[in-house]
Design a binder for this molecule. Structure first.
Ligand SMILES: C[S@@+](CC[C@H](N)C(=O)[O-])C[C@H]1O[C@@H](n2cnc3c(N)ncnc32)[C@H](O)[C@@H]1O
Length: 269
C-alpha cells in the first residue's frame, strides 16, 4: 500500500501526501507524471492518491476509483432539519444526548445522521474493518468539512472513527457502554445499493451477523440493539430481533432487540 499525489503534484499536495503516508506508516511515492495504472502495475497493487477534487481516492488493480462523499447523509440531515422523519432515527429511537455505537461505518451516512440527532451532548463511535475504507472516510470527512461545509466541522469532530473488527471491539466494551448498538452489514443479495455503496463494494468486508455479535451487543447496549437487513436475510428473526416493517417498499427492514427488562447481564442469547 502506497500514497502518491494527483497527476499535477503541487507542493501542497506533496505535503499532504507525505503527512498521510507518515501517519499510516506506509511509503510515499512521488507521482512524476506516471499513470495510476503504471504505479499499480510497477509498484504496489493498492494506492491512495491525495487530490483536490475528493481529498483522497483509492485504487486497486483492475478496480475503479473509490472515494468518499457524504451525499446521502447530507440529504437525510436536511430532511431531519425540515422536521421529516428518518428510518434509522425512528428504529433506534435516537434522541439528543444518547450514545450510539455504529458497528459498520461504511460511507458514514448512518453515523452522520445519528451524530446530528444525538447532538453535542451525545456520543457516536463508528467501527470499520476495511482499512482503505476507514482511511478514505476519515480523510474524506476532514476534507469535506474544511473545503465544502465548514459548519459541519463540529459535527465531524464529534464522531470517533475506529479501524476495528466490530466483534473484537465489542468484546473490549464495558456492560451498558452505549445506549444503542447498531449493525448494517453488507447485504448479500443486493437489491438496493445506493451508488455510494456500489463504489465501495470491492474494498468492504463481507462479514455476517452471528449469535456472538448479538450476545456481545446485548451486553454493551443499555437501551437497544438494532440491525438493518435485506428482506432476503432469513437469519435476523432467529437471532432474536423483532422486525419493524415500516420499510417494506425499500427492500430492507430494521430488526430491534429492546433491552429494558428483556435481558439480565450475563445471560446468553
Ligand atoms: C452496508 S455498509 C454500511 C453502510 C453504512 N451504514 C452507511 O450508512 O454508509 C457495511 C460496512 O460494514 C463493514 N464491516 C463488515 N464487517 C465488519 C466487521 N466485522 N467489523 C467492522 N466493520 C465491518 C464493511 O466493510 C462495510 O463498510
Amino acid at each position: 500500500m502506497i500514497v502518491t499525489t494527483a497527476f499535477d503534484e503541487t507542493e501542497e499536495l506533496v505535503q499532504r501526501a507525505e503527512q498521510l503516508a507518515s501517519s499510516l506508516a506506509i511509503p510515499y511515492v512521488a507521482r512524476r507524471k506516471k499513470t495510476v495504472k503504471s504505479l499499480l502495475d510497477s509498484l504496489d497493487s493498492q494506492l491512495f492518491v491525495v487530490n483536490n477534487q475528493r481529498g483522497l481516492s483509492y485504487y486497486e488493480k483492475g478496480q475503479d476509483e473509490v472515494f468518499f462523499h457524504p451525499n446521502m447523509a447530507m440529504h437525510r440531515i436536511k430532511q431531519l432539519e425540515r422536521g421529516q422523519s428518518d428510518s434509522l432515527v425512528t428504529a433506534c429511537k435516537l434522541e439528543a444526548g444518547m450514545s450510539f455505537l455504529d458497528c459498520t461505518l461504511g460511507l458514514a451516512s448512518d453515523t452522520l445522521v445519528a451524530n446530528y440527532q444525538v447532538g453535542s451532548s451525545g456520543k457516536v463511535v463508528s467501527l470499520e474493518k476495511s482499512f482503505p475504507l476507514f482511511v478514505l472516510v476519515r480523510e474524506g470527512l476532514a476534507h469535506y468539512a474544511m473545503h465544502e461545509k465548514t459548519e459541519w466541522q463540529a459535527l465531524i469532530d464529534q464522531v470517533s472513527l475506529v479501524h476495528a473488527d466490530n466483534l473484537d471491539y465489542l468484546r473490549t466494551c464495558e456492560d451498558n457502554a452505549f445506549d444503542v448498538v447498531y449493525f448494517d452489514f453488507m447485504f448479500h443479495h443486493t437489491v438496493e445499493s445506493s451508488q455510494g455503496i456500489k463504489i465501495i463494494k470491492p474494498i468492504v468486508s463481507y462479514d455476517v451477523m452471528t449469535p456472538e455479535h448479538v450476545k456481545e451487543a446485548m451486553r454493551v447496549a443499555k437501551q437497544r440493539v438494532v440491525v438493518k437487513s435485506s428482506y432476503k436475510n432469513p437469519m435476523i428473526e432467529p437471532l432474536g430481533f423483532t422486525i419493524l416493517r415500516q420499510n417494506q417498499k425499500r427492500h430492507f427492514f430494521y430488526g430491534v432487540i429492546e433491552m429494558e427488562g428483556a435481558f439480565r447481564k450475563g445471560d446468553g442469547v
